[in-house]
Design a protein around this ligand. Structure first.
Ligand SMILES: [Zn+2]
Length: 160
């Protein structure tokens, strides 16, 4: 299931940049995407309107929001700040897909099943994309993973 969010391109004055098909250059080789250093040499390119065609909502949540919702719901994340939480869930080294996905276990139970939290992360996602200059984004999510504990199997080991 996809949420497709559109913002009017009017007013930007440039054709949008398709993030997943950034033109290759001699600096990028076969990878297609420039490195951060290469990006800094191309500020005009990254200041243009952008399009993102594949983003996972549950992987684009503000850490501060997770921490905030956990406080509201009195869920103990065993951290004292959003900075500590960030350190806990960021991968600093390349990992396996399993290792990557295990990070979701740290926080998805905070958001899952909470209508207010889900509305908030969706709103903030669009806000963040707008600030990044993204004028069109196709964001996806897994309804069963954002569900409450009344479904089988219960996602994220939530308590009934
Ligand atoms: Zn995907």
């Amino acid at each position: 299931m996809h949420i497709i969010a559109r913002r009017a391109a009017a007013g930007f004055g440039f054709p949008p940049l398709l993030i997943s098909s950034v033109r290759t250059s001699k600096h990028t080789g076969c990878r297609g995407l420039p490195t951060m250093a290469e990006r800094s040499q191309q500020p005009q390119l990254f200041n243009q309107p952008k399009i993102e065609l594949h983003v996972h909502l549950d992987g684009a949540i503000r850490v501060e929001t997770i921490f905030d919702v956990a406080k509201r719901r009195r869920i103990d994340l065993r951290v004292n700040s959003s900075e500590e939480l960030k350190e806990k869930i960021i991968l600093r080294e390349p990992a396996t897909l399993t290792g990557f996905l295990e990070k979701f276990n740290e926080y998805m139970h905070v958001i899952a099943g909470d209508r207010e939290a889900i509305k908030r992360i969706a709103y903030e996602f669009i806000e963040d994309k707008a600030k990044e200059g993204v004028i069109y984004v196709e964001v996806r999510y897994s309804p069963h993973l954002l569900a409450n504990s009344n479904v089988e199997p219960i996602p994220w080991n939530q308590n009934r």
